[in-house]
Design a protein around this ligand. Structure first.
Ligand SMILES: [Fe+2]
Length: 385
């Protein structure tokens, strides 16, 4: 398999998926249930530079939700809002606030993947079935993961429509005239927060049910600050295109950011989605100008001689990173630049990360402490520390 530019952006490795027990081509889409899909679609268009390409709702005879499909490069997001009090999205929103209901993966053979998953302990949500319209047929199934989150398995090789059967093509919500053409090109990783003591169970779940392998391990002291701590392990698909870090709270002096998430989301769920960009400086400038709020980083982070020595030479002056509060980390394979948004809804739950990889396959381990101290300052302001 030859590597595409997008593969390099997300740190994918050469790997033949036909040898996998649970082959995955890549991400298909991430679907949110939100309180107001029309406004969410506008926000992600203006603030994150996404482009609306499809829609379904009452106008298409779909009487449960209004759903907007937005893309940026190879990444697809769906924002679904209920149009009635008893719609699935309305019910989900009432409990969790805006959040991710589906992390959908593209697979070559839905039936084979589903069968393997169920035989290895997965709980089925939807058995494999066809969805058809004038653009062709999609084969689809779904299994449960942490909280109320699901993994949808999709084979869209016989489908040419704008998203899934039932969706109508539609144009962009806003006309963008400034900034980079795209703020990000692909989804890099999706992080889940699970209950205290459950991280290893979920790691094993992904190993057994989806044939994932452990990629990295960050435990205990690596990511503890004075007050809060968490434990995190990462599982990934064969190509490493699909990477799932899993966090659990660790015992600490005060409430950790994972505890805060679990309390306000009312269950385990997706904590953050990392978006791969090839120009984090330009993207962050544009996003900030469009009103996206990023976590603050103290100037001392950039002035620390230890950090300067550790990161060595990167593609821009450290001053440029400092100006934008972009973090940098280096490991044996290379380095990465990253920045985290503040939560993107009223509850202190889901947020996004922008990541620009230069060889590094890591997740910014060296930044965990600086990052968590920044999050704790925010938690303190919310009275949740
Ligand atoms: Fe991340």
């Amino acid at each position: 398999m030859t590597q595409t530019l997008d593969d390099q952006l997300v740190g994918a490795v050469e790997h033949d998926i036909s040898t996998d027990q649970f082959p995955i081509k890549g991400w298909d889409h991430v679907r949110f249930y939100v309180g107001n899909a029309k406004q969410a679609a506008h926000y992600y268009s203006t603030a994150f530079g996404m482009t609306c390409v499809a829609y379904r709702g009452p106008e298409q005879g779909f009487r449960e939700h209004a759903e907007y499909v937005l893309t940026s490069g190879g990444a697809t997001f769906v924002f679904a809002g209920g149009v009635r009090a008893d719609s699935a999205a309305t019910q989900h929103y009432a409990k969790h606030g805006d959040g991710v209901i589906e992390v959908a993966l593209e697979v070559p053979d839905v039936d084979a993947n589903y069968k393997f998953a169920i035989a290895n302990g997965a709980v089925g949500v939807e058995e494999p079935h066809d969805l058809t319209d004038e653009h062709g047929t999609v084969r689809i199934a779904a299994i449960r993961t942490y909280g109320e989150t699901r993994h949808v398995l999709i084979d869209r090789s016989k489908y040419s429509g704008p998203h899934l059967p039932g969706f109508a093509a539609r144009g962009p919500i806003v006309e963008r005239t400034t900034g980079p053409k795209r703020y990000f090109q692909a989804v890099d990783h999706v992080v889940g927060n699970v209950e205290l003591g459950k991280m290893d169970e979920w790691v094993q779940y992904y190993e057994k049910v989806m044939g994932f392998t452990k990629m990295a391990e960050f435990v205990g002291d690596d990511i503890a600050t004075e007050y809060s701590a968490l434990m995190s392990k990462v599982v990934a698909s064969g190509t490493r295109k699909v990477k799932f870090p899993l966090n659990e709270p660790a015992i600490s002096k005060k409430k950790s950011q994972i505890d805060e998430y679990l309390e306000f989301y009312e269950s385990p769920g997706v904590q953050h989605i990392a978006l791969a960009t090839n120009d984090i400086l330009a993207s962050v400038d544009a996003m900030r100008a469009n009103g996206v709020e990023f976590l603050d980083v103290p100037d001392s982070y950039y002035e620390d001689p230890e950090l300067r020595a550790r990161i060595g030479h990167v593609r821009c002056e450290v001053e440029e990173l400092k100006k934008r509060k972009i973090l940098v980390d280096r490991d044996e394979d290379g380095y990465l630049l990253q920045i985290f948004t503040k939560p993107v809804q009223d509850r202190p739950t889901v947020f996004f990360e922008m990541i620009e990889r230069h060889g590094s396959l890591g997740f910014g381990k060296g930044n965990f402490k600086a990052l968590f101290e920044a999050i704790e300052r925010e938690q303190e302001q919310r009275g949740n520390l």
